[in-house]
Design a protein around this ligand. Structure first.
Ligand SMILES: [Zn+2]
Ligand SMILES: [Zn+2]
Length: 359
């Protein structure tokens, strides 16, 4: 009886001991989990703490994956777009040489033949030259090393000084001097050093497309009317060569007139910007500033505009009368005025005034 009582009390003691150990271990685990949570929370708050955080930063952070996707897709599509421009332009040139030129040589008077040969080849040369220069010339970037250039702000992405008119391109992932825009058709940014090449390419391509559309109008009407007869019964007997000729003429005219309209509108828009001495980005900044000052009864003045005519001369790099021929009407690799790091302000605007806009 006594031995049974002793065994029972021993079991009870063991059970109580196990219970105490289990509770102690559970408490230790809870304490460790609490410490881990507090540590993680502190780490997260330390990492995310920013006294400049506001709703814009929060929205930017939320949209960051979408920006990343768009930037990468645009970068990849840039190569496809450049290949497309080269392929389509080459196809038009081939059609002109095979279909249009023999007809011009056979049917046109000598004066018209000379005009078509001279103008067509000059226009083609200008398109090829300006496109190749626009895609291969870097737009210009602020220097990486320490320099004396005046910076107006700090780029949040590059964490480096940003000169006036410089903007960060998220596709190139670099700051670009006098950035206009990132052009997927060039797979390059349009900035200080290749802005003229970009505009000249747009202008000469529009002129070339208009030239082909106007020159090929009569042939297009004839070819289109002939194609419509393909489906008559009995069907007309055209050879493969004749059918290919008709379809090539229709393709040439439709493509050239469409590009002439679309690119013509873009060229006019850029011409208006150049006349005002603005870039595409500054257009938006200046518009807001103009509205802000208008509410205060003040008039906005673009600090980088020298006047319409002077703006064109600065943009094209025309210093003498002969430059209109050698630098505008002929292929030229002259550099633009200035380094793109600092800007010469018009004389009448160098006196003390409100802080510079369009930074
Ligand atoms: Zn930057
Ligand atoms: Zn870019």
């Amino acid at each position: 009886m006594r031995s049974r009582q002793r065994a029972f009390s021993a079991v009870m003691r063991l059970f109580l001991k196990c219970l105490r150990v289990g509770r102690r271990r559970r408490f230790r685990l809870v304490r460790q989990a609490q410490q881990l949570w507090r540590y993680g929370h502190l780490c997260l708050r330390s990492l995310l703490y920013n006294s400049f955080t506001n709703s814009d930063v929060l929205l930017d952070s939320l949209f960051e994956p979408i920006y990343w996707l768009v930037d990468h897709v645009t970068r990849w599509f840039g190569v496809v777009f450049v290949a497309l421009v080269i392929t389509l332009t080459s196809s038009i040139v081939v059609i002109v040489y095979i279909c249009l030129l023999p007809l011009i040589l056979q049917t046109y008077p000598l004066g018209w033949i000379c005009w078509h040969l001279t103008y067509g080849h000059w226009n083609l040369l200008m398109i090829v030259f300006h496109y190749s220069m626009a895609i291969t010339t870097p737009p210009g970037h602020p220097p990486q090393a320490k320099s004396n250039a005046v910076a107006v702000s700090i780029c949040r992405k590059c964490i480096s000084p940003k000169p006036a008119r410089t903007h960060h391109c998220s596709i190139c992932n670099r700051c670009v001097l006098k950035m206009d825009h990132h052009c997927p058709w060039l797979n390059n940014c349009v900035g200080h050093y290749n802005h003229r090449y970009f505009f000249s390419f747009c202008l000469f391509m529009t002129m070339g497309c208009m030239y082909c559309s106007i020159s090929g109008w009569a042939m297009f009407r004839e070819a289109y009317a002939t194609i419509e007869t393909y489906y008559q019964t009995p069907p007309p007997t055209f050879s493969f060569r004749q059918r290919a000729f008709h379809k090539s003429i229709v393709y040439l005219w439709v493509l050239c007139s469409s590009v002439a309209l679309a690119l013509g509108a873009l060229t006019l828009w850029h011409a208006a910007l150049i006349t005002r001495g603005e870039t595409s980005i500054e257009r938006h900044i200046n518009k807001k500033e103009r509205q802000r000052l208008q509410k205060k009864g003040q008039v906005f003045q673009n600090p980088y505009s020298h006047g319409a005519w002077a703006n064109w001369k600065v943009f094209l790099g025309v210093d003498t009368h002969s430059h209109w021929i050698t630098r505008v009407l002929l292929p030229s690799t002259h550099l633009p005025h200035g380094t793109g790091l600092s800007w010469e302000l018009p004389l009448c605007r160098t006196e003390p005034r409100a802080p510079l806009l369009a930074l």
